[in-house]
Design a protein. Structure first.
Length: 92
């Protein structure tokens, strides 16, 4: 995939079919990687948070699909486990 794109090209990757909020993501990470032993606390946006800043984000993968033939093949939980295991192995 890295050799398919244009040099200097920027591509969004991820999964655009299932939206997840930040609290659910944090709980998925702590549950998957740490067995749920970490407490997640939601902190509200501060009063000075920019009003024009989007509260939701979902990647547009059309460029990666069209130019690279990209499609997500690994789910969030499996991807988290793989990344955590890789990080654990590379730190030794």
């Amino acid at each position: 995939m890295l050799l398919s794109g244009r040099p200097g090209g920027v591509y969004n990757i991820g999964n655009d079919s299932e939206e997840i909020n930040i609290l659910a993501l944090a709980e998925t990470i702590t549950g998957t990687v740490f067995g749920g032993k970490v407490h997640v606390k939601l902190i509200n946006y501060p009063d000075n948070y920019p009003q024009d800043e989007p509260r939701r984000r979902c990647p547009d993968l059309s460029k990666a699909r069209n130019e690279l033939g990209y499609s997500a093949r690994v789910g969030l939980k499996d991807g988290l486990l793989r990344a955590f295991e890789w990080l654990r192995g590379s730190s030794s």
